[in-house]
Design a protein around this ligand. Sequence first.
Ligand SMILES: NC(=O)c1ccc[n+]([C@@H]2O[C@H](COP(=O)([O-])OP(=O)(O)OC[C@H]3O[C@@H](n4cnc5c(N)ncnc54)[C@H](OP(=O)(O)O)[C@@H]3O)[C@@H](O)[C@H]2O)c1
Length: 338
Amino acid sequence: MKAIAYRKSLPIEDAESLIDIDLPAPQPTGRDLLVEVRAISVNPVDTKIRRNVAPADGQAKVIGWDAAGVVKAVGPDVSLFKVGDEVWYAGDLTRAGTNSELHLVDERIVGYKPKNLDFAQAAALPLTTITAWELLFDRLGVSRDAGATQGKSLLVIGAAGGVGSILVQLARQLTGLTIIGTASRAETGDWVKQLGAHYVIDHSKPLNEEITRLGLPPVTYVASLNQTDHHWPAISELVAPQGKVALIDDPAAIDVRTLKRKSVSLHWEFMYTRSMFQTDDIQQQHQLLNDVAKLVETGAVKTTLAERFGKINADNLKRAHALIESNRAKGKIVLEGF
Ligand SMILES: NC(=O)c1ccc[n+]([C@@H]2O[C@H](COP(=O)([O-])OP(=O)(O)OC[C@H]3O[C@@H](n4cnc5c(N)ncnc54)[C@H](OP(=O)(O)O)[C@@H]3O)[C@@H](O)[C@H]2O)c1
């Protein structure tokens, strides 16, 4: 089968940073599905792994953790899917990634693809959807009763990115929160408003001053998705007493003592936790992907696909990694077909 991989951790400008290779087709065992991958999307984690995790000498590493495709075969213990089902999923960081024609994935972290999306539109969503859903409902514990969240607010820092683009939609559709998104450009600001943010502020300026400028009260929930260390002093200022802050990125260092006076709680979201540690509730990811598929089918949530980068090959994937590394991606970049 065709796959995209790397043998050495190299800058994306290097011709060998990602390469086209051929690998033997894998066979499903246990609860694994063998999926024929039709489309993939690209996430910052792909670029971080490519730059920082070198394969053993002589080995090639296949990365990518977002796919939509068709089930070709199932392991003997599979009970949720059958051959021919159309699926979407993000996968497991401890296993080979989705950038290959055929891919093995545990059925408990896979959902049924929304019927009204093509494979590319669907591949844009799984990793960021799992992240946004877990952050909002499992970590921050936001109520899905719109009445219970009236008068409360959510600040989404980096709202036009992959995670922000689905988080804004889920919060707008499923809660009564007032949503403030951040973006630094006219193009990304318009995108965030279209996705459902009530207000957009500029993250190139101090965020606490932007909140004051709009006359908004202190913020109940903060989802800090990007450049958390840079925004930390402003977050500590703008968050409401007894508010909650959730993080997903890799801040170099933050001083959590700044939250003490307000009794603000801090929450981490890492969407690979359930698969990495095989937690008892791992199948929640199957469930939440199915729940969001229904929201997509009713039109409440739309795909965050912004750019189709052509076929799944090393050249197109290099262009996608370069755009992600610029930290100026809007929504998601998707590649489809081999
Ligand atoms: N823990 C997890 O499970 C998890 C899951 C997914 C992602 N992540 C991590 O979360 C981060 C965001 O992921 P993503 O997929 O949303 O990234 P992304 O799509 O690459 O984010 C791009 C966005 O970042 C915004 N941005 C640029 N500079 C910023 C700044 N100074 N402050 C705030 N926003 C800024 C840009 O907006 P403008 O163009 O308007 O400036 C752009 O729209 C990455 O570090 C990723 O690895 C973690």
